[in-house]
Structure formats: C-alpha cells, structure tokens
Write a protein that binds this ligand. Structure first.
Ligand code: OOG
Ligand code: MG
Length: 286
C-alpha cells in the first residue's frame, strides 16, 4: 500500500490547537450542574403549572446529565405513587424535527399520572401551554431490550392503537435546547390511547387526520414516523436497554408525533382518526 502523505486536514494548525485548548479550559471551568436541584425545579414547574427558564440559560447539560435529571424527576413522581407504564419517543418524524429545530431522537418516561382517559375531559388547568400530536402506540406482550430486529420487535407487540400525545414543555414559551427537553422528560405530560387492535396488517402507511371541533388541523400518515413506526419501537428497545430499564410486558411505547403538534385551548373537542384503526378523542375543559 502506498504511504499517504499526511493531508493538510490532519495537521492541526496552531490556531486550531489554541482553540482546542480554550475549549478544554472552558469545559473544566464549567460549573457542575446540580442534577437533583434541576430535577426538583422541573417537577415543581409541572406541579405548580408554572413555566420555568431554560436550564441552558445557566448551564448546558450533557446528554448523560440531562437523562439523569429526567430519571430523578420521574423518581419523584414514582415516590408520590405514580407507576411506570412505558416510554415515549421524540423527534422521530421530519415534521417534529422541523417544528422544534432538534434532530436528535430522544425518549421519555411515561407514568400512570400521564394517562388521559379516552373520550374523557382533560383538565386544562393542569397544563401550562399544552399541545397535542397524533401518534401510534404499541402495547407489549413481552419484555424487549437491546439491539432487536424489526421482526423481533413486532413479535413483542400485543396490540397497536391510534394515540394522542399531550406535550407541555415546562420551559417558558415552549423553547428548549436538546439537553433542556431531555431533562424535561421530552415534554411528556399526557397521552390518550384509542382502540387496541391486533397488529396483523400493514400499519406502515396509515392515513390520519387530527380534528379540533370537527375541523382538520393536521393531516398525515404513520409513514412519517421513521418511514415505519416499528423503527421507533426498535429504537425504544435500544434506548431503554442503554438506560438499564428494559421495556416491560404491559408497557406502552408511544412512537412519536407523525405531524407537527397543535396548541390546545380550553373547551375543545380533539379527535384523531387513523385509517384501519379508528378514532381517539378527548375534550379540554377549562
Ligand atoms: C418534545 C417532544 C417530542 C415527539 O413526538 O416528537 C415528541 C417537544 O416537541 O416538545 O413528543
Ligand atoms: Mg410526542
């Protein structure tokens, strides 16, 4: 093999070395974030229905730190009696990536306190500035974790349902960085599942319409979710295993919004109809 001349690129210029040094120095100067205090701040914001400033205004969390904040904030909810019921995926569609300007796939933890009964009134006063987005939900009949093939993931699915996610960022103006939103449990605040159906048909490209008071506000397809929503479940299995919390039998996995999210107002009837799957709805009450 011919020996390659070192390319210009591989030789660091003095200016680059200097900026690297600078970077390292500023990283070591970076104030260590108080993870448990941040978790408490976000938990308080949700409970008091009062938005808070972005964490990144004072410190940019690493991804690992942000997930640790999330873990601790959920632990506070569990300590108050909530149960883990599954996980949600975020930024699995182009529409969501474009709307929020974040392209890294993320995940959050679902608890029993986030369940909104299908068809039931949703108490608007419990939310800061809620938005809703059409999703598809998976119900697992066996644990799923690690690197799985789409076929293995499919084998663990008991049923699928049309679903609505209610997201409610705890940050002012629904604005956040990647670290901020991960720390804030990927904006999770509620979810509604429609009729569960056996997944014995092709659900890779099902048309869907999101209606507010009978008027369409978003139209899309399940194909918007990574080309096939099953890919989101495959990713969920990997993320969950990496976090040491494998997906459990009976858990729900929300695949991520298929369209951009829509802001909610009080006294609205929200309904999503998904081809071959049926409808899911709730009503916001002031
Ligand atoms: C973050 C949560 C993203 C999804 O389905 O993509 C998400 C947000 O948009 O506030 O739930
Ligand atoms: Mg979502």
């Amino acid at each position: 093999m011919a020996t390659k001349k070192p390319s210009k690129k591989s030789v660091a210029k003095p200016a680059e070395r200097k900026s690297d040094k600078k970077k390292a120095a500023s990283a070591s100067r970076r104030a260590k974030p108080n993870i448990s205090m941040i978790a408490r701040t976000l938990d308080d914001a949700a409970r008091n229905v009062q938005a808070t400033t972005q964490i990144s205004d004072s410190v940019e969390l690493t991804l690992a730190e942000a997930y640790e904040v999330q873990r601790q904030a959920i632990a506070l909810r569990v300590r108050r009696g909530e149960r883990r019921v599954g996980i949600k995926m975020g930024f699995t569609s182009r529409a969501k990536i474009v709307q929020m300007g974040i392209s890294d796939m993320i995940w959050g933890r679902l608890t029993s306190g986030m369940i909104v009964e299908e068809g039931a009134p949703m108490d608007f006063s419990r939310f800061i500035h809620p938005r809703v987005e059409p999703e598809i939900a998976f119900l697992l009949k066996r644990p799923l974790f690690g690197l799985v093939t789409p076929m293995q993931a499919m084998d663990a699915v008991e049923a699928i349902a049309p679903a609505l996610e209610i997201i409610d960022s705890r940050y002012d103006n629904f604005k956040f960085s990647l670290g901020d939103v991960v720390a804030d449990n990927a904006s999770s605040s509620g979810f509604v599942t429609g009729p569960w159906v056996k997944p014995d048909f092709d659900f890779s490209n099902l048309g869907l319409v999101l209606n507010f008071d009978g008027k369409p506000v978003q139209i899309g397809s399940t194909a918007a979710i990574m080309g096939h929503p099953l890919r989101s479940l495959v990713a969920a299995a990997r993320f969950a295993a990496e976090a040491g919390e494998p997906l459990q039998t009976g858990w729900i996995v929300m695949a991520g919004g298929a369209t951009a999210a829509e802001g909610l107002s009080p006294n609205q009837h929200v309904e999503m109809e998904m081809e071959k799957m049926g409808r899911v709805s709730f009503t916001t009450r002031a």
